[in-house]
Design a binder for this molecule. Structure first.
Ligand code: ADP
Ligand code: MG
Length: 503
């Protein structure tokens, strides 16, 4: 991909410039407050590599203030004590306000994360709005059940369960889908009646901070939702041990997930973890090669591969492997990187210089280990200081290579051949992760058989990365603990109480 005329990032709109010119502040108890410390964090536009604003690195006093505000808002009943329909209406209102500001949020996401604004308009912002509306409805639908005890005469006891909000939820989210992650966390928590302290990733705080304005506009009582910014190992870590926090919900790397799970143990916090993946894509010989190639390319190259469920390991039957490689090389042309505000860009840069170096390090490791480059394996030429990486496919990889074993979180696919179904299943499961997987075949029996045998929280058939708020989402093995989305997602913010009354 020789690209001598790489375009530069267009200018920002007045709305975006206004958001970038805000003073670093934390959203606590319904107000914008300055940090008690003076440490700031630079925020970059990954399309240019330039600093665009700064945010506060919250101190332990700031974290304590935020948790105290959430604690008070929970304990005094200003949120849990509302009629559930009032909570439902307010969460819908937040969704409606977000819809009114869709364009601005899409631009902020593009400037902050690097994803094309056009893609954020298509996916990130509508999906975030959808989550708010979906979970709003749960506020009025969470309840317990009556149960007939077995060891006492029938009718002599009245026994039932109650679903009660777990309390203060600390929510720590990553940089790959900043607003989707924020709404996926706050919407079920608020619907369940919890109060929240949200910490966006230090790389991508902008849409979460802007959302705070809308939270006030929607009329949420102060302290119900607090948003703090800061480094993970500072303010993030403090949230995970704070005695005022009842629940931690985290999405991010498996490495940090393990740290958080340990940190939460001393105070026995309820924990939900959505961690890394290395999702297999298994293609059987009867699959339509062209359609499969388009599907796989979308699953690994979308968002520059920075998706936990990206189909990053391809296992294709030996009879179609070479054709599929040719088709994938062709498909990769549709996923060329460009600046996030250019309407033509299919993908943007990766999120940060750190991520850029990491992904290029993996590409280098793949080449050194003897993998052959089917397409990509390099960066576009003359792309300035942006963190752009060309979509890359490696073939001739082996199971023990670093590029096959580890999550790259970049636009890099590794491809292997298989001869029979058992071998494909074993290869698909040969990983510490278990987040997603896809199976491509027209044969129904093979589809269901293989779906049952793959150890992953979601298995897609003849598609990949299709996410719907109604379907439980989470990981087997080192990909996480618990499930988000659907009724499971909202139940994860509740305690279950048994009430047993002798009549
Ligand atoms: P990545 O390595 O891809 O940046 P991380 O898992 O490090 O992903 O980050 C995801 C989120 O977790 C971010 O909001 C980050 O600030 C936060 N984080 C990182 N380290 C810790 C930690 N030790 N404790 C709590 N949160 C953390
Ligand atoms: Mg990290």
């Amino acid at each position: 991909m020789n690209d001598l005329s790489f375009p530069s990032q267009p200018g920002y709109s007045p709305a975006a410039q206004k958001a970038l010119s805000r003073k670093p502040a934390l959203f606590i108890d319904g107000e914008w407050v300055a940090s008690t410390g003076d440490q700031l964090i630079d925020v970059y536009d990954p399309s240019t590599g330039k600093v665009i604003c700064q945010i506060a690195d919250a101190t332990s006093d700031d974290v304590d203030r935020a948790v105290t505000a959430a604690r008070r808002a929970f304990d005094d009943g200003r949120w849990t004590g509302l009629p559930p329909i009032a909570r439902e209406v307010m969460i819908h209102k937040l969704g409606a306000l977000l819809e009114q500001h869709m364009e601005e949020f899409a631009e902020l996401e593009a400037i902050d994360n690097g994803k094309p604004k056009a893609k954020a308009m298509e996916l990130d912002i509508p999906a975030s709005i959808g989550q708010l509306h979906y979970y709003a409805g749960w506020a009025t639908k969470i309840g317990g059940e009556t149960i007939d005890p077995m060891v006492v005469p029938s009718g002599s006891f009245h026994a039932y369960t109650r679903r009660e909000p777990v309390g203060v939820a600390a929510q720590i989210i990553p940089w790959n889908y900043p607003l989707i992650m924020a709404t996926l966390k706050i919407a079920p928590a608020l619907a369940a009646g919890c109060t929240v302290v949200l910490k966006p990733a230090e790389q991508t705080p902008l849409t979460a901070l802007r959302l705070a304005d809308l939270v006030n506009e929607a009329g949420f009582p102060p302290g119900v939702l607090n948003i703090i910014t800061g480094y993970g190992h500072h303010s993030g870590a403090q949230l995970t041990t704070h005695p005022g926090v009842d629940k931690i919900a985290f999405t991010g790397s498996t490495e940090v997930g393990k740290i958080i799970n340990k940190a939460a143990t001393d105070t026995m916090k309820n924990v939900t973890l959505e961690l890394g993946g290395k999702s297999p894509v298994v293609v059987f010989p009867d699959a339509d090669v062209k359609a499969v190639a388009a599907g796989i390319a979308g699953s690994i190259f979308y968002n520059a591969g920075q998706t936990c469920i990206a189909g990053s390991r391809l296992y294709a039957h030996k009879t179609i492997f070479d054709d599929l490689m040719d088709a994938l090389a062709e498909q990769a042309q549709n996923w060329r990187p460009g600046p996030s505000l250019m309407p033509e860009s299919a993908i943007g840069p990766v999120v940060s210089n750190e991520q850029y170096e990491r992904v290029l390090g993996y590409i280098d490791a793949g080449k050194k280990a003897g993998a052959s480059v089917v397409t990509g394996g390099d960066t576009p030429s003359a792309c300035g200081n942006g963190y752009f990486i060309n979509p890359t496919v490696f073939a001739d990889v082996s199971a023990d290579m670093k590029v096959v074993r580890e999550e790259i979180f970049g636009p890099v696919l590794v491809a292997q051949r298989f001869e029979n179904t058992e071998e494909a299943i074993a290869a698909a499961n040969d990983t510490p992760f278990g987040l997603g997987a896809s199976v491509w075949t027209k044969d129904l029996s093979t589809m269901h058989h293989v779906s049952a045998r793959i150890k992953a929280g979601t298995v897609w058939g003849n598609c990949h990365s299709v996410i719907d708020p109604t379907m439980p989402f989470g990981g087997y093995k080192e990909s996480g603990i618990g499930r988000e989305q659907g009724n499971y997602g909202v139940k994860a913010y509740t305690e279950l109480k048994s009430v047993i009354i002798q009549l």
